[in-house]
Design a protein around this ligand. Structure first.
Ligand SMILES: *Cc1c(COP(=O)(O)O)cnc(C)c1O
Length: 217
C-alpha cells in the first residue's frame, strides 16, 4: 500500500504490456480520506487527485491549492446539472459526462466562467439500471454531441459491475473508444488497475490502495 507501491506497480504493468509509464496517469482518489493522509501524499509530490462529490471537494481542496502548486483535480462521481458551476470552478477534468443535458450545461457554463474542463464520457458498460453512465447503445451519439459542443473530449470512463470480470468491460470501453477515434480510457481502481493497463487504460483511479480503507463511519 502507499503511493510508491502503486507507482511501482503501474510501471511494472506498463513494462509487461508494452506501455510507457508516462502514458498512464495516476489519479489518487482522496474521497472520504482524512486530511492528514491526503497531505502526506501531497508531501510525497503527487498532484493529481480525484473526488466524487463537488461539495466534499469544496471543503478540502481550496486550502490545499493555496499551499501546494500544480494541483489537478478530477471529478469522478456523478454530476447534477445544478452543481456544474461550482464543479467547473474547482475541477480540471470531469470524467462523468453521461447525458446530453449535462454536456450542454457544461458547455454553456464553461463559456460563461471562461474555464473549460477536459471531459470524459462515462459509459455504463454493464447496462446496470442503478449505475450512472450513458448506455452502450447511446454512447456514440453522446460522444458526437460532446464533440459538436466543442468540449475537449479526452476519452471514455467506466466502472465495471462488481460481479463480473472487469477486463470484459475494459475491453468493451476500449472498443467503443477506438471506433470513435478516442484514445483516453479512464478505467481501473485499486483492485484492477493492472488489468486496466493491460487493456489500454490511460487514467487509473486508485483510492484505498494508496490511502488505506475509507472509513464511512
Ligand atoms: C472511489 C472510486 C474509485 C477508487 O476506488 P478504490 O477501490 O478505493 O481504488 C475509483 N473510481 C471511482 C469512480 C470511485 O468512485
Amino acid at each position: 500500500m502507499g503511493l510508491k507501491d502503486i507507482t511501482d506497480r503501474i510501471a511494472a504493468a506498463c513494462d509487461r504490456h508494452g506501455r510507457k509509464p508516462d502514458d498512464v496517469t495516476l489519479i489518487a482518489v482522496s474521497k472520504v480520506q482524512p486530511l492528514e493522509r491526503v497531505e502526506a501524499v501531497l508531501n510525497e509530490g503527487h498532484r493529481i487527485f480525484g473526488e466524487n462529490r463537488v461539495q466534499e471537494a469544496e471543503g478540502k481542496w481550496p486550502a490545499f491549492k493555496e499551499r501546494f502548486d500544480g494541483i489537478e483535480l478530477h471529478l469522478i462521481g456523478p454530476l447534477q446539472s445544478n452543481k456544474v458551476r461550482p464543479a467547473l470552478k474547482l475541477f480540471d477534468v470531469i470524467h462523468t459526462v453521461d447525458r446530453p443535458k449535462l454536456a450542454r450545461a457544461i458547455a454553456r457554463i464553461a463559456e460563461e466562467e471562461g474555464r473549460m474542463p477536459a471531459v470524459f464520457v462515462q459509459v455504463n458498460t454493464g447496462d446496470e439500471d442503478q449505475k450512472a453512465g450513458v448506455s452502450v447503445d447511446e454512447a456514440d451519439a453522446l460522444i458526437a454531441l460532446v464533440q459538436e459542443l466543442g468540449l475537449p473530449l479526452k476519452g471514455l470512463m467506466c466502472i465495471p459491475p462488481i460481479d463480473e470480470p472487469a477486463s470484459l468491460h475494459f475491453a468493451l470501453l476500449a472498443k467503443i473508444a477506438a471506433r470513435n477515434g478516442l484514445t483516453g480510457l479512464s478505467m481501473g481502481m485499486s483492485g484492477d488497475f493492472e488489468e486496466a493497463i493491460a487493456q489500454g487504460a490511460t487514467h487509473v483511479r486508485v483510492g484505498s490502495a494508496i490511502f488505506g480503507e475509507r472509513d464511512y463511519g
